[in-house]
Design a protein around this ligand. Structure first.
Ligand code: MEV
Length: 475
């Protein structure tokens, strides 16, 4: 990328202008974006992806700006149907600058499970399997020599006892730990488990059951951290009170600039900091709140996963299982007050791949990786995790201050204005009036637009009449 990811006013540009700005930053031709044009996924390609295809289904493809991830400027591709997620991510990423998000990504180790039932003596069976583990791992490694050459492949095999007796007799499960490198690894892990299952069952003295990866990828995780200064957290007029000074480039009307021009409620940085930390503690105490808190994280994570062609259901399943690992359902990210600021930390499993899967055939997903500057799985996990921590922060800041609805309504109002036929600055004028009156409805958008257009036409007519009067006067 030749330019930073900070593009003030990006949201105000037309689609073509946004493409041009991104293409310039990436050193690519704007035509590159044909990969995400309507209809870019050809029917015959779609027909080859899944069964019984009758069409394709489109979602908006957007780019969140302002992100710095591990010191690198990143455009974050996002596909999602819900308004305000992309603005929220951009907004929070702006607050986290200049340091942005720092990430620790674990090695890409997935777990494959081999269930073994009807084991007559589970202790003896488990001991026999443990004794044979190195041999089984070597056997599995021999099946994937090229992966092993690239530094990946099966790493270890361990055994857990699930039942001593019962309907299925004694039940063991062998876990095969596989470093999948840049692949998400589902096919790889399933193939290896299927290959080893009969021998593992024979060694344990039982019957082979299921052979499948686990989506609770607690060995393949990302930890993302950021620090936000108080000055970035203030909302409303409070943000303009000393000691806060608006930084250069601050556009008060730009939702991606890190500060929107919310009318109404004011809160100073320290007040917002305390309120966000309290919101975090609420999620830590209550699974009902933690579920919604985590949904706000997955808003960012999933949008990146969908854009980049990932198995987002796998990540969702893993995230919620991980959230429950300590016996109760917990938030995946927490926020703590520190002197003059706030620190956030997200830890979650994130199994993604930059080779294989939909990426083979989906040019839009490949473009998304390129936009994010991602060439390997651990970088993709870092970007998706950063997006998740960003959307979590934005949600908590809104919830802890003015409430979530004002921002949602402002964006919804813009959508309605566009749907009513407004273009250019009329979009903002119509949206502003809808938001100000609180009457954010399609019918009202049409009325406001008609009135504004009528007024403009009257003004244009009046201007025309005025222009012709001098010529007429002498007559
Ligand atoms: C809405 O999509 C997400 C939020 O509910 C998240 C949260 O409550 O933290 C706003």
């Amino acid at each position: 990328m030749t330019r930073g990811s900070r593009i003030p006013g990006f949201y105000r540009l037309r689609v073509e202008e946004r493409r041009a700005r991104l293409a310039e930053a990436l050193g690519r031709a704007p035509e590159t974006f044909a990969a995400v044009d309507p209809g870019a996924l050809a029917l015959d390609v779609a027909d080859g992806m899944i069964e019984n295809v009758v069409g394709t289904y489109a979602l908006p493809f957007a780019v969140a700006v302002n992100f710095v991830v591990d010191g690198t400027e990143v455009f974050v591709p996002m596909c999602v149907e819900e308004p305000s997620i992309v603005a929220a991510a951009s907004n929070a990423a702006r607050m986290a600058r200049p340091d942005g998000f720092t990430c620790e990504v674990s090695p890409p180790v997935m777990i494959g499970q081999i269930q073994i039932t009807n084991v007559a003596d589970v202790d003896a069976g488990a001991a026999a399997l443990r004794a044979a583990a190195d041999g089984l791992v070597a056997e599995a490694r021999a099946l994937v020599p090229r992966l092993a050459e690239r530094g990946g492949g099966p790493r270890a095999l361990d055994v857990r006892t699930l039942a001593r007796d019962g309907v299925d007799g004694g039940v063991l499960v062998a876990h095969l730990h596989v470093d999948c490198r840049d692949a998400m690894g589902a096919n790889l892990v399933n193939t290896l488990c299927e290959a080893l299952a009969d021998r593992a069952a024979a060694i344990a003295g039982g019957r082979a059951g299921l052979r499948i990866l686990s989506n609770l990828t607690d060995e393949r995780t990302v930890t993302v951290r950021c620090r936000i200064d108080d000055a970035q957290l203030a909302v409303g007029g409070a943000k303009r009170r000393p000691p806060y000074h608006a930084p250069a480039g601050f556009d008060p009307g730009d939702p991606s600039s890190g500060r929107s021009n919310e009318a109404g409620g004011e809160a100073s940085g320290p007040e917002v900091r305390a309120a966000i930390a309290a919101a975090s503690r609420f999620a830590e105490l209550d699974p009902y709140r933690a579920a919604t808190h985590n949904k706000g994280i997955m808003n960012g994570v999933d949008a990146v996963l969908v854009a980049t062609g990932q198995d987002w259901r796998a990540v969702e399943a893993g995230a919620h299982a991980y959230a429950s690992l300590r016996g109760s359902y917990r938030p995946l990210a927490v926020w703590r007050e520190v002197p003059h600021g706030l620190e956030g930390e997200l830890a979650m499993p994130l199994s993604v791949g930059t080779v294989g899967g939909a990426l083979h055939v989906h040019q839009g997903a490949r473009l998304a990786l390129e936009l994010a500057g991602v060439t390997c799985a651990d970088r993709l996990a870092a970007v998706a995790g950063a997006a998740g921590l960003a959307t979590n922060l934005a949600a908590l800041r809104a919830l802890a201050t003015e409430g979530i609805q004002r921002g949602h309504m402002a964006l919804h109002a813009r959508g309605l204005a566009r749907a009513a036929g407004a273009t250019g600055e009329l979009v903002e004028l119509v949206a502003a009036e809808l938001a100000a009156t609180g009457d954010v409805k399609a019918e009202r958008a049409r009325e406001v637009l008609a009135r504004l257009v009528g007024r403009r036409q009257d003004a244009a007519l009046a201007a025309k009449l005025q222009a012709v009067q001098p010529a007429e006067e002498p007559r």
